[in-house]
Design a protein around this ligand. Structure first.
Ligand code: SAM
Length: 263
């Protein structure tokens, strides 16, 4: 997996590539991250990347030419152009785990980081293949958003997570995917996790987890996942393909709490 990031703040990325999962994945050659300074694709003495907005108004807008040149140079170096060119934008489609899984199947991804008022709309219309938002809030630049994309995609690149870490058990994971709606947003929130000590200041780990009874542990985890999802993210459970056992369990919760159980 190769990430090509276009930014006016290339130094920003040293903080995220210098520790943890990304550092390890880079060292092992599982991913490659190349940061391209947008100013390197300007053609004036002042290395200008932005200009005032047509029609007036506050702030500055990233000019299209340096961004087009940067993407064209990356494509030319790769010898192909059939990979995603993602413009990070609060107006883009929301980044979800399903989207992350799709991106993890790519060989190369270009990430364009905006700043100021944003990026000339022709980049979104004629250059980017996707616009992605990491949430309904506004950051001052796309660098943090690009870092989020690289971090969550990298952990799904085969071989990056060790045996001790499993992405399949995570919240939102598509182990729950339904063949009838393969692109739908599926998944439950993960169950609670505990580790030693079994008794911390009198707060005890649920007995079943110490029982060594695998089936009971599995059932407990499934029920906690359903329960957490029902209370915190009911819209996820509404779209989830519930089994008969799931439904019975949720109806039990409904009887106990007076909450509506999903169908
Ligand atoms: N005027 C723009 C708007 O209201 O849609 C906001 C521009 S924002 C201050 C500057 C840059 O930060 C954007 O071009 C984008 O690259 C990045 N950005 C801000 N919020 C983001 C988000 N939620 N997801 C992804 N990128 C974001």
């Amino acid at each position: 997996m190769k990430f090509d990031v276009i930014s006016i703040f290339p130094d920003f990325f040293s903080s995220i590539t210098g520790s943890g999962l990304l550092k390890r994945a880079l060292a092992e050659g599982k991913v490659e991250i190349r940061i391209h300074d947008l100013r390197g694709f300007t053609d004036d003495r002042h290395r200008t990347v932005d200009d005032r907005p047509f029609g007036g108004g506050p702030g500055m807008v990233f000019k299209p030419e340096p961004i087009f040149r940067a993407v064209e140079a990356i494509r030319a170096a790769a010898g192909e152009d059939a990979f995603p060119v993602i413009l990070l934008s609060p107006q883009g489609s929301l980044l979800t785990q399903r989207r992350v899984e799709e991106l993890a199947r790519q060989r190369q991804i270009i990430l364009i980081c905006g700043r100021y008022e944003g990026v000339d709309e022709r980049v979104a219309e004629y250059l980017a293949t996707d616009e992605l938002s990491i949430g309904d809030y506004v950051l001052s630049g796309g660098e943090l958003a690009a870092a989020v994309v690289m971090e969550c995609v990298t952990r799904l690149v085969p071989g990056v997570l060790g045996n001790a870490e499993s992405a399949e058990q995570d919240s939102f994971a598509s182990r729950w995917a339904n063949a009838e709606e393969p692109h739908g947003e599926r998944g439950l929130l993960d169950c609670p996790h505990y580790t030693r000590p079994a008794d911390f200041r009198g707060i005890k780990v649920p007995e079943v987890l110490l029982s060594g009874h695998h089936e009971a542990v599995h059932r407990w985890r499934r029920q906690r996942s359903l329960e957490k999802t029902l209370h915190r993210r009911p819209e996820l459970i509404e779209r989830f393909p519930l089994s008969r056992h799931d439904r019975e369990w949720l109806e039990g919760i409904q009887r106990a709490t007076g909450r509506a159980a999903p169908r």
